[in-house]
Design a protein around this ligand. Sequence first.
Ligand SMILES: *Cc1c(COP(=O)(O)O)cnc(C)c1O
Ligand code: SF4
Length: 346
Amino acid sequence: MSPISAETFLTTPEAVAQALNIPVEPLRAVHVVYPLRISTYYLNLIQQHGLPLWKQAVPDLSELTDTVGLTDSLGEESFSPVPCVVHKYPDRALLLVSNQCAMYCRFCTRKRKVGKPEMAVDDAALTQGFQYLSNTQCISDVLISGGDPLMLNTARLEWIIRSLRAIPHIVTIRIGTRVPCTLPLRVTPKLAAMLKKYHPLYINTHFNHPAEITPEAQQACTYLAEAGIPLGCQTVLLRGINDSPAIIKELLYSLIRIRVKPYYLFQADQAKGTAHFRTTVDTGLSIMRELIGHVTGMAIPTFALDAPGGGGKIPLTPEYITHKGDTLEFTNYKGEPYSYPNWIVS
Ligand SMILES: *Cc1c(COP(=O)(O)O)cnc(C)c1O
Ligand code: SF4
């Protein structure tokens, strides 16, 4: 059986209500506005671990009462020269290749689009995307995203990657995917063998909670790592799910154990329907303060905020400098004061 078949997912309010023994009406109300999909694999994790995973996957009425969210919170549409490309930074661009995900995460930044027919990406749209990337010499890094690229069948994904590889100025190809977390059985030796042909290829995974680091997720990451693919992780800081130093620490240690290098820890975006997941920036900064210096640098991500309106990603770092002048005064990770002679000796 193919790893992606109809039985792999719960996609109706009725199926989810029955599996979790909850009322169906709220699920129906949310489902009118936002898509629903939970893999049976992730459902099983929810049943074992409860709330932190439940909240990521199960529709909640709070999604409908968000009054401060923005529809296109990162201003992506205004940086979209052709429908499936977002080109915001000088040397890199996103190529959106699929509207499908293995799970429709309730906190998703692209909640306005994913799982909806308007976002469907056909051959003509992709060809237009390749054309733009090919005509735009300054782009050396393409991020294949979506939706989830690994929801495409392997042949179609290979066509996309091969088309990008045919463009001489594209050096690195990155895939952003939540599949190693939400549907790890999709990551097969066959998929890894295909990807391996197109190096330098990087994959950024998306794990948010230590309970998501299962033997199956480890196996998926091992196939990819053994195909020589450097693995990163983009975690979102989510209220009531992972917004504590202890949980984030456990997640980061678990990630490096399965050979995934934490890349970003994101402040939650202001996407409409996700307000109930947002923390303040102070929560993330105080988590970073408990990580930096205390935890192996290998495990430390960059904490970043993606500016509303399309300003791009801004790194957020706890403040260590207490005075900047001829002498730089600062505190170390333990809060102890130190200084450094900040002048040029001639
Ligand atoms: C996040 C993002 C990138 C990649 O940024 P990096 O900091 O290089 O990971 C590229 N384009 C867009 C539009 C993005 O949102
Ligand atoms: S897998 Fe990623 S793109 Fe898909 S719903 Fe989850 S966060 Fe959004």
